[in-house]
Design a binder for this molecule. Structure first.
Ligand code: RUQ
Ligand code: CUA
Length: 632
């Protein structure tokens, strides 16, 4: 069935056309400019109050669902989904299809239940990476080998402070954070494929480079950079400076091209200026050529990073350019590469089309605009596109509150602006940002589930005051005859931006720590001791059900105290913690884990060191006294 590109009401009276119109300012445009920009066809329908165009009878989540999403008690999900936590600064782990939240992984945030930022090592990591208390995670990407998930790492950006973090998927914990020089607002994040030999941080906010007070009010000197990071060392290897800004990014599957959208080619300073031109760019970075320039010393060293000139008038962009600037309407947002590596598809955001770039054509091309081989009209406010591996693209439509399913090859064959390639649309609730299909970033997507990350939830959950959850909706896409079927609403704490769905069999997390993987030496019961020298007290101890090594520890006011603790349990799921009231300390200790915490004993008195994980029937009795003797 082919649908007309019209917006539709959810059918439950929840989003009126008026409300939808009110959402336009969120896109940074007024309605008039938006329509002038060529979105008329896509949007008129919504303003005209058109009714439900859906063929699927459960478009508003109330009709019959014949998809089995039940994961009964005691059974496990088929997939992990990793969702960014947005300005909560963490990453959440869901099971799919149950959409149960299984775990959270603190990254840029301080988090007490996992002790993140509370023991010396993780605190030092956060301090050395800029010493901020928060981050803004957007794009979680799992490392791949041969274009398939290898279960080693997950990389996640910090849009707020220009950082990239690595999560070790053996332990589901953050093990490295790099504070990226010359880049403000690391937005897009993606690894080079097929083997994750580089991780790219995409710089959104244009600033003078270096940003040290020069050129304060001279936007002609504002620039953005693409950053390449070594995934093993987490060193920043090189950067490319470009004209305009950079937004989202994706890699091809053969280690050549990296694609990034630009929505502010004009370096506008206000929303009106940023949205003025009818086109901005999709940039295609020729990464092996850039590496050759770095190896040949063709760069400027800025803040200890080799920066290659990728601006349009750079000598490296005259023939065989290192950066192709491809015109795309209008303020484009998402870009993603199809699983077969044939196309990069960029979403128009303020234009109702997606632009399809034929990747093979870029090699040696004179005018990169010739590589645009299709531009279907998919609907209002297209943001991101995911794939099922059967030749279909699924594009989130922010303004229309829908997902459009369309045929990629039909779009290449069709006239520019044709709505014919659109197969089907489904209402989502409401205003979707990212959407992600199972294993969509690999060469072989599973093609069964689609998670749509809706920015607004409005009437979908019990009200909880003026701060609303987001709504992560699960859609079944495994049956092309039945069409897309909405099967689940999931409230999400503010506010996930993107996700990666990985087959459960691709990961092999540890059940307990391997002491050899940790920095600190394992402490046995026999090793327990208290070492005192010159105002420093080092306590080495163990924790086990139901005590710490010492029933009491006496120190002097003003002593610097270091406590190193090993949880010597070998039984999975038996955690302890080392919590010290009024000293702001809570170090979590999973089985076989050793952690250390250092503090100054500056408050005389009695403090009950206790265990905050409920570990046994005698959990409450698992405590020791810290006696801080007053200085005279
Ligand atoms: S962005 S809602 Cu941070 Cu990936 Cu598009
Ligand atoms: Cu150990 Cu509670």
């Amino acid at each position: 069935m082919t649908q007309e590109t019209t917006a539709s009401d959810p059918g439950d009276g929840s989003t009126t056309d008026n409300e939808r119109e009110m959402l336009l300012p969120q896109l940074g445009v007024d309605r008039r400019n938006f329509m002038k920009a060529g979105a008329v066809a896509g949007l008129m329908g919504s303003f005209a109050g058109c009714t439900d165009i859906l063929d699927t009878d459960n478009g508003n989540g109330t009709g019959p669902i014949d998809v089995d999403t039940e994961v009964p008690p005691g059974e496990l999900d088929d997939y992990y989904a990793f969702l960014s936590g947005g300005h909560s600064g963490d990453v959440r782990v869901y099971g799919v299809p149950s959409m149960r939240q299984i775990m959270r992984i603190p990254v840029f945030n301080y988090e007490s239940a996992r002790g993140h930022g509370h023991d010396d090592e993780s605190r030092q990591m956060l301090e050395e990476a800029g010493d901020y208390t928060w981050g803004d995670t957007h794009h979680p990407r799992v490392s791949q080998t041969d274009n398939d998930y290898d279960g080693r790492w997950l990389f996640i950006n910090d849009k707020a402070n220009g950082r990239m973090a690595r999560i070790n998927l053996k332990y589901f914990e953050t093990d490295a954070i790099v504070d990226i020089p010359n880049q403000q607002g690391t937005h897009g994040a993606c690894a080079r494929m097929p083997d994750t030999d580089l991780v790219f941080g995409v710089g959104e906010y244009e600033v003078p480079i270096p940003n040290d007070g020069r050129h304060l009010d001279d936007p002609d000197h504002y620039e953005s950079v693409l950053t390449a990071i070594d995934p093993e060392s987490m060193n920043v290897e090189w950067q490319v400076r470009v004209d305009g800004n950079l937004d989202n990014g994706d890699s091809d599957k053969e280690g050549r091209w990296f694609f990034a959208t630009c929505y502010n080619s004009e370096i506008g300073l206000t929303d009106a200026e940023m949205t003025a031109p009818d086109t901005d760019w999709l940039m295609a970075f020729d990464t092996p050529q850039i590496e050759e320039l770095v190896a040949a010393g063709e760069y400027e060293m800025i803040n200890d990073v080799p920066v290659v000139d990728g601006r349009q008038d750079s000598p490296h962009n005259q023939s065989d350019p290192i950066v192709h600037y491809i015109d795309v309407p209008k303020s484009p947002h998402g870009v993603s590469v199809t699983p077969d590596n044939q196309y990069a598809i960029a979403s128009g955001k303020l234009d109702p089309t997606c632009s399809i770039i034929d990747i093979a054509m870029l090699d040696g091309i004179d005018d990169p605009n010739d590589a645009v081989v299709g531009r279907p009209e998919v609907g209002g406010g297209p943001l991101h596109t995911a794939y099922d591996g059967r030749g279909h693209a699924y594009t989130s439509l922010f303004v229309d509150s829908q997902v459009a399913k369309w045929d990629i090859e039909a779009a290449v064959q069709a006239e520019e602006g044709s709505t014919d390639p659109v197969i089907e649309k489904i209402d989502v609730h409401y205003n979707p940002g990212h959407l992600i299909a199972s294993e969509s970033y690999t060469a072989d997507p599973a093609g069964d589930w689609l998670i749509v990350l809706n920015k607004l939830s409005m009437d979908r959950f019990l009200p909880v005051g003026p701060v609303y959850p987001e709504n992560d909706q699960l859609i079944y896409i495994g049956d092309d005859d039945e069409g897309m079927q909405l099967v689940k609403d999931t409230p999400a704490y503010p506010e996930p931006h993107d996700a990666t769905i990985v087959g459960a069999d691709k990961l092999d997390p540890a059940r307990i720590y391997d002491p050899d993987d940790l920095e600190l030496d394992y402490i046995t019961p026999e090793d327990a001791e208290i070492i005192r020298e010159d105002g420093h007290v080092h306590i080495k101890m163990i924790s086990q059900r139901n005590n710490f090594s010492f029933p009491e520890i006496t120190v002097q006011e003003g002593d610097e105290v270091t406590i190193t603790t090993t949880n010597i349990e070998t039984t999975e799921d038996i955690l302890h913690s080392l919590a010290i009231p009024q000293y702001d300390i809570n170090v979590k200790l999973a089985p076989q884990e050793t952690r250390e915490v250092t503090f100054t004993a500056d408050k005389p008195g009695v403090y009950w060191i206790y265990c905050a994980y409920f570990c046994s029937a005698l959990h409450l009795e698992m405590r020791s006294r810290l006696l801080v003797e007053p200085a005279e």
